[in-house]
Write a protein that binds this ligand. Structure first.
Ligand SMILES: NC(=O)c1ccc[n+]([C@@H]2O[C@H](COP(=O)([O-])OP(=O)(O)OC[C@H]3O[C@@H](n4cnc5c(N)ncnc54)[C@H](OP(=O)(O)O)[C@@H]3O)[C@@H](O)[C@H]2O)c1
Length: 172
């Protein structure tokens, strides 16, 4: 249905899961369990992977188009200093790899496409609520505005990158 209305110039995948019925993020290896890992990867990795598969072909073949997924800085392997949050970190690191890999393929048919993983910063939301999100998080509208500004400034050469809302490039 959406293909008929395309091409689409800005596609953003914003779903994500940190905690839920399967529990809070793991602090220790001993807390790892299959149900929580599966639920986290289904939402943070497998879902966005299928969004990439189905929506990247809807980007313009000629001219600029952006496909962004909301990742998280804690998914950075290079930046991991605190440990913990095993499922969430790993699911976002895997998501970042999917974005990078897809960017290489999509560039062959959509040379001006920008596929990017974005870190929104700490945002006041259901996801951050158990971690003082209401106190330390920014309003969602502020985070969205910042991320849209970053997207607006990214050239095609930056496809397959990982950026924070501030415009800083993040390590994988
Ligand atoms: N908030 C932060 O501080 C923060 C920091 C770093 C990264 N992020 C990332 O930013 C993104 C947005 O987070 P948020 O703060 O907006 O979280 P949120 O308030 O918990 O919203 C998450 C959204 O994802 C949807 N969702 C969850 N599981 C889904 C599934 N299996 N299928 C379809 N939709 C699903 C939820 O839908 P329902 O409402 O229907 O459940 C909800 O609309 C996430 O990827 C998150 O990892 C957030």
């Amino acid at each position: 249905q959406l293909r008929a209305q395309g091409p689409w110039h800005c596609i953003i995948h914003a779903a994500g899961l940190l905690h839920g019925p399967h529990g809070m993020p793991e602090k220790r290896l001993s807390q790892l369990n299959y149900a929580q890992m599966e639920a986290t990867f289904r939402t943070n990795t497998f879902g966005p992977a299928l969004v990439l598969a189905h929506f990247a072909p809807l980007l313009p073949k000629q001219g600029r188009g952006v496909l962004a997924v909301l990742s998280a800085k804690v998914g950075s392997i290079g930046d991991n200093r605190l440990g913990g949050w095993y499922s969430y970190r790993a699911s976002k690191a895997a998501l970042n790899m999917l974005v990078k890999t897809a960017s290489i393929e999509v560039a062959r048919t959509h040379p001006q496409a920008v596929l990017v993983a974005l870190h929104p910063g700490t945002v006041n939301s259901v996801l951050s609520a158990p971690f003082n999100g209401a106190e330390i998080g920014r309003p969602a509208a502020d985070a969205a505005g910042d991320m849209l500004r970053v997207l607006d400034g990214l050239p095609a050469e930056e496809t397959g990158s990982f950026y924070a809302y501030s415009g800083d490039k993040l390590p994988w």
